[in-house]
Design a binder for this molecule. Structure first.
Ligand code: AP5
Length: 213
């Protein structure tokens, strides 16, 4: 199964991707996570991406497409994948179309998670994630048992530098302008399933299962 998860920042793409991955034995490919790994490793790519990310702007298409093309060559994606946070612009969608042809692959679904802006801001400013396993918490909706510590492995929780209210507002604008138009691109391919992204995490996951099964 090959899925794109589309939706604004904070819509729950990462949260839902982790559930799908577990049940369907496929892989999550998150360009945001890959970029953060590069930043942690202090690589040239990470340093180049840093100021775009911290301002809530998109990293240039050439960087993203090069990074994703390299992942597509790796066998871990062979059983299937969820693209989380990619593609985000028309040139990226075109680049993905080309990669799919090159690898003789087809997409099964494009899931669009829909959540109102006020809820997105509430979710993102309270997000914390594990520095080791990446598990996603929320100080309001899903807090860890001990403050600042991951329940699963005891590692420190981090607050993403782009989760401040001002940066989140810009990320929402960028989504409306550059990413939302992609929904039309995939509507034309008959792949889009709109998912109500409000309510309980498990309830939303049920809606996803209904849409993809
Ligand atoms: P990226 O890491 O992709 O961030 P994003 O798309 O902005 O999405 P988020 O990770 O913020 O949100 P999410 O939808 O995954 O929500 P989550 O499940 O964590 O990108 C970051 C930056 O990298 C970009 O701004 C850009 O600079 C760069 N970048 C990345 N990809 C790029 C690309 N392709 N092209 C160019 N630049 C790129 O949930 C959020 C919070 O809500 C959590 O606290 C969670 O616990 C909580 N939550 C989830 N579901 C619920 C629920 N149902 N009820 C209550 N709380 C919930």
């Amino acid at each position: 199964m090959r899925i794109i998860l589309l939706g604004p920042p904070g819509a729950g793409k990462g949260t839902q991707a982790k559930l799908i991955v577990k049940d369907y034995h496929i892989q999550q490919l998150s360009t945001g996570d890959l970029l953060r790994e590069h930043r942690n490793q202090d690589s040239d790519l990470g340093n180049e991406a840093k100021h775009f990310m911290d301002a809530g702007n998109l990293v240039p298409d050439g960087i993203i497409l090069g990074m994703v093309a390299a992942e597509f060559k790796k066998p871990y994606l062979d059983p299937g994948y969820i693209l989380d946070g990619f593609p985000r612009t028309c040139p990226q969608a075109q680049g993905l179309d080309n990669l799919l042809v090159d690898h003789n692959q087809k997409l099964d679904h494009v899931l669009v998670l829909e959540v109102p802006d006020e809820e997105l801001i509430r979710r993102l400013t309270a997000r914390r994630s594990c520095s080791k396993c990446g598990y996603i918490y929320n100080l309001v909706f899903n807090p860890p048992q001990a403050e600042g510590i991951c329940d699963l492995d005891g590692a420190d929780l981090i607050h993403r530098s782009d989760d401040t209210e001002a940066t989140v507002q810009n990320r929402l604008k960028v989504y409306q302008k550059q990413t939302k138009p992609l929904i039309d691109h995939y509507e034309q391919q008959g792949l889009v399933r709109h998912i109500d992204g409000t309510g309980d995490v498990k309830q939303i996951y049920q809606r996803i299962l209904t849409a993809i099964s």
